[in-house]
Design a protein around this ligand. Structure first.
Ligand SMILES: NC(=O)c1ccc[n+]([C@@H]2O[C@H](COP(=O)([O-])OP(=O)(O)OC[C@H]3O[C@@H](n4cnc5c(N)ncnc54)[C@H](O)[C@@H]3O)[C@@H](O)[C@H]2O)c1
Length: 684
């Protein structure tokens, strides 16, 4: 065993490791809220010390109390390993089974410097998306994985490994839960408190489930959204050439917008207030040109429109000014959205118009009430400007960032029943939401992702080559493309467009050079596509064409994995968008149909308490058992959501449910009867 392997199998070291210095070159998590009282602080330290031999308690107690004071959390920095953390080739991990080694590969990817947002605080993305709460949990989990046989299951509660339990070969090797709370204890401050106590964590979606693959996932999803938004507004089937897309944010996920706009073939203007963020995206070539003057911006957009250029522009400044300027200059906007971080409006997610970036940063710390007032004023201004554009014909959609929700809380004019919309020649139509007052604008899931992708079973399927060899990834791209081209020949017309888009994507995948971290690929596919691609991969591993096992997985933002009334399940209108049976059923169903690991989370994307989401990982090792497992599990993993979307009377899902039943005679989905609306009108 080499040194790395020895350290993994050792787990928490027997001797006190040397103290680590705080590395200020690394991006660190912000100091968390000081929320615990004196007694609770003692409890947090007592909890942390559970991991260590009592002979170290005196030293560590003091150190952990200081971490709690300085950072608001106990990360146990001293125990951060000295070896480099990244997705190593699978054979480098010590252990007794390949499934466990593949999971180590995925965990280390989520924590690597190339991938993780705050690697020393074990945060992968989204500001609080944790893989573990502290380094002791990491060390213990890796040790358990190195000891595990394929007759055991590791149980992980919010990063903490409860231990290895006897199970069987067909059971998941790991079962993860993140942030599962008694519902009444699921407010933002509950997360702050119980996370500070060290008893729960925010796993986001693919952070705490070991399935993050860097920015590639978001580029693909955003491209699909912009392309399909373009199709919605096309009057004669034309493409997006010369059309203008206006939006904001060049951050973690939002930064994918200009790149996606270029792939979709339009002109993108993306406002961003933070100069450092603009510079990062420009240096990465994710945006073509940068302007900080509105008059110059207008001239450049006019020229691009005339020449039908494919162009992405970052405007360094506030998005509100862009919407207003383009209105006064009468520049027609075809598509509009917003990706400021309005899920976090009072602490830097949204910068109000009228004050500059530095001033805003100061104000939010020195006078949070005034800052909040300014944010709300700004949201009202932004909504008014957007309304002026949509009156001229712009198609605006909410990008799952809580823009409409926060704008409504700010008193902005965005409700569907407002005279602003009802007095229009073509007022927007109600979409049938129950239990919510409807907004005049739809979210990207209501109009685009839901009806065009999720209802037909298309979602962000992904895979990772555990050999860490780019050549293997290239081979899997070719295999996936061949499978899709073959499937397209017999696909019904309803899904032809999706098939073409995905073939196009996978053909350009190598050229787009999107791999950051592990050798991973994302591809939107339906149940049939996922199963056939997985089957072909398993075969390629079996016959040695691919040199090591492949991990399959998906984003939680998918057909069946996530219940979230303002995002993934926003296009469900039978009232059940506020339930979470689908996500829970999904993870239970995946676990006994052959997933290698499963996870279920509270929080992620839209906030703690606002969403329940889950996912899986599955190792394809070329065996006949893997082939059986993938068929059973992937079929359920997609068709669970289709059955629910179908029961909610979503047309595409009714079509997909009937199609799935034809393909699999053992599947019997309950289909809804559609009621004649006139029958209901006189009843109440
Ligand atoms: N891309 C997707 O598919 C997707 C899906 C669902 C939800 N979201 C949501 O989108 C939001 C953005 O995510 P992110 O990871 O990019 O967050 P982020 O915080 O990294 O980026 C947001 C950026 O917006 C900038 N900004 C804030 N206010 C601004 C203003 N008024 N004008 C111009 N720029 C402003 C910030 O400086 C920041 O760089 C989140 O709320 C996320 O949940 C994205």
């Amino acid at each position: 065993m080499n040194k790395f392997q020895q350290e993994i199998t050792q787990g928490i070291p027997n001797e006190l490791p040397a103290l680590k210095t705080f590395d200020s070159k690394i991006n660190h998590a912000p100091k968390r809220k000081d929320i615990l009282n004196k007694e609770e602080k003692k409890l947090a330290v007592r909890n942390a010390l559970r991991y260590f031999d009592i002979k170290f308690h005196k030293t560590l107690a003091k150190e952990f109390a200081e971490e709690l004071k300085d950072y608001g959390r106990i990360y146990m920095y001293r125990y951060r390993p000295n070896y480099e953390i990244y997705a190593r080739p699978i054979h480098e991990y010590p252990g007794k089974c390949d499934q466990a080694k593949a999971i180590m590969h995925m965990i280390q990817n989520n924590l690597s410097y190339a991938v993780a947002q705050h690697p020393h605080e074990l945060i992968t993305y989204g500001g609080n998306g944790a893989v573990f709460q502290n380094w002791a949990q990491y060390l213990l989990v890796m040790k358990y994985l190195s000891q595990m046989t394929d007759e055991q299951t590791l149980v992980v509660y919010s990063g903490h490994p409860m231990g290895l339990f006897p199970s069987n070969k067909n059971a998941p090797r790991v079962v993860v839960t993140n942030g599962m709370m008694i519902p009444n204890y699921s407010k933002q401050d509950d997360w702050e408190k119980y996370n500070a106590l060290g008893v729960t964590q925010y796993g986001q979606m693919t952070a705490g489930s070991y399935m993050y693959i860097g920015p590639q996932g978001i580029v693909h999803g955003t491209t699909i959204t912009v392309l399909n938004a373009g199709r919605m507004i096309a009057k004669h089937g034309e493409d997006l050439a010369g059309k203008l897309f206006v939006t904001s944010g060049l951050g973690g996920m939002s930064g994918a917008q200009p790149k996606a706009g270029n792939i979709a073939g339009c002109i993108t203007v993306c406002a961003e207030v933070n100069p450092k963020v603009v510079q990062t995206r420009y240096s990465q070539k994710w945006v073509d040109e940068v302007f900080d003057n509105l008059d110059d911006l207008v001239k450049r957009v006019q020229k691009a429109k005339i020449n039908k250029e494919i162009l992405s522009i970052a405007y360094l400044g506030n998005i509100v000014d862009v919407w207003e300027k383009l209105d006064t200059e009468n520049i027609y906007i075809d598509l509009g959205s917003d990706q400021t971080s309005l899920h976090n409006p009072w602490a830097g997610g949204y910068y109000p118009a009228g004050i500059d970036f530095e001033e805003a940063n100061e104000l939010m710390a020195t006078d949070p009430n005034d800052f909040k007032k300014k944010v709300q004023e700004s949201l009202r201004r932004q909504a008014n400007a957007i309304n002026k554009h949509t009156e001229k014909g712009t198609y605006f959609f909410d990008y799952g960032n809580a823009f409409l929700l926060e704008a409504s809380r700010a008193g902005a004019d965005i409700y569907l029943d407002s005279p602003t919309f009802q007095n229009r020649k073509n007022p927007p139509k109600p979409r049938g939401g129950v239990g919510v007052k409807e907004f005049a604008y739809a979210s990207y899931v209501e109009d685009i992702m839901g009806p065009m992708c999720f209802d037909y079973g298309f979602g962000p399927f992904r895979w990772v080559c555990t050999s860490a060899d780019p050549k293997d990834l290239e081979k899997t791209d070719t295999i996936a493309m061949e499978v899709l081209e073959d499937l397209k020949k017999s696909s019904p017309k309803e899904i032809q467009q999706q098939m073409s888009d995905n073939i196009q994507w996978i053909k350009g995948a190598q050229e787009n050079n999107l791999v950051v971290g592990s050798q991973a690929r994302i591809l939107y596919a339906d149940a049939d596509g996922r199963i056939k691609i997985a089957e072909a991969f398993n075969q390629a591993v079996k016959n040695g064409k691919i040199s090591a096992p492949i991990v399959l997985g998906r984003d939680h933002h998918d057909v069946s994995g996530t219940d979230s009334p303002y995002r993934e399940t926003a296009n469900i209108y039978d009232g059940s968008q506020f339930t979470s049976d689908m996500a829970i059923q999904n993870v239970i169903g995946d676990s006994f149909r052959g997933a290698t690991w499963v996870s279920i989370h509270n929080g992620g994307g839209v906030g703690w308490g606002e969403v329940i989401n889950g996912g899986f990982g599955m190792v394809l090792d070329g065996t006949a058992e893997a082939s059986k497992r993938l068929r059973s599990m992937l079929f359920w993993d997609v068709n669970n959501g289709i059955s629910r979307r179908n029961w909610a009377r979503n047309e595409g899902a009714v079509f997909a449910a009937k199609r799935a039943m034809k393909m699999e005679p053992n599947l019997k989905i309950t289909l809804p009867n559609i009621v004649d609306t006139s029958l209901l009108e006189s009843l109440f």
